[in-house]
Write a protein that binds this ligand. Structure first.
Ligand code: ADP
Length: 234
């Protein structure tokens, strides 16, 4: 087996708060996620899941608190940690082909040998045969595959996925679960927001429920995984 091209990395949220005006999207969030954990975030709409993932992706800055990336030994990482973010709205360009989307983002990220990397990732997500098709013609599941391939371009050690299972048909859910299982088994850390239980939530090694920006339950501190994922109103 070849060594992974990424360094396994954990992540620590230390008293993270995020305010939008007078509204608190996140309040005093303290979580330490070890390298290799797969964490499912549950909670009602508006409970702060997307904000937490966007802060971890460094797309949004916390109003206060500290975000640290950790080595597999739990020490603050002194290397540049790569994260890959898959947003709920998959943010791929409709008027480009699958391949053109990947080449564009590879170029923007300064990825060396972008053609080979795009080809390998299209193969990884099962889109090689459709690489020349416009994304406009793709189903949600296929767009999701392009978005996942894009998130993997920079060999991230941490994958962040916002509602990746929403809107997928059963075949898409199975594909997603198998793909994330490969990512998890390769040592990647996964943080994902989910609604309810599915083949995808079955991959989670830990579940956390947010409520109005607070961490309301965590399997790490004794909560039950099933009850977090099926919490009424989640
Ligand atoms: P979830 O992903 O759990 O649905 P979000 O993180 O999207 O929750 O939202 C948490 C809270 O922050 C909500 O009340 C939402 O309206 C608010 N919020 C999120 N982003 C913004 C923003 N850019 N400006 C103002 N309020 C926001």
């Amino acid at each position: 087996m070849t060594a992974p091209a990424f360094t396994p990395t954990g992540i620590r949220f230390e008293n993270i708060e995020k305010r939008y005006g007078s509204l608190y999207a996140l309040r005093r969030v303290r979580l330490e996620i070890r390298a290799g954990e797969s964490v499912a975030f549950a909670g009602r709409n508006g409970s702060g899941k997307t904000t937490l993932l966007r802060i971890a992706a460094r797309l949004v800055r916390a109003s206060s608190g500290q975000l640290d990336f950790l080595t597999s030994g739990g020490e603050p990482a002194d290397f540049a940690t790569q994260t890959g973010f898959v947003a709920h709205a998959t943010m791929v360009y409709d008027e480009l082909t699958a391949e053109e989307n990947l080449l564009l983002f590879a170029k923007l990220q300064g990825i060396a040998d972008s053609s080979a990397r795009a080809a390998a990732l299209l193969d990884e997500v099962g889109l090689s045969e459709r690489r020349k098709s416009l994304v406009r013609t793709f189903s949600r599941g296929m767009r999701q595959r392009v978005a996942i391939a894009r998130a993997l371009l920079n060999e991230p050690s941490i994958l962040l996925l916002d509602e990746p299972a929403t809107g997928l048909d059963p075949e898409g859910i199975t594909w997603l679960a198998n793909t994330l299982r490969r990512m998890r088994d390769a040592g990647r850390t996964i943080l994902m927001s989910l609604h309810g239980e599915s083949e995808v939530s079955a991959l989670a090694t830990r579940a956390v429920r947010l409520d109005a920006g607070f961490v309301a339950a965590d399997t790490q501190t004794g909560a039950n995984l099933h009850s977090i994922l099926t919490f009424a109103g989640a």
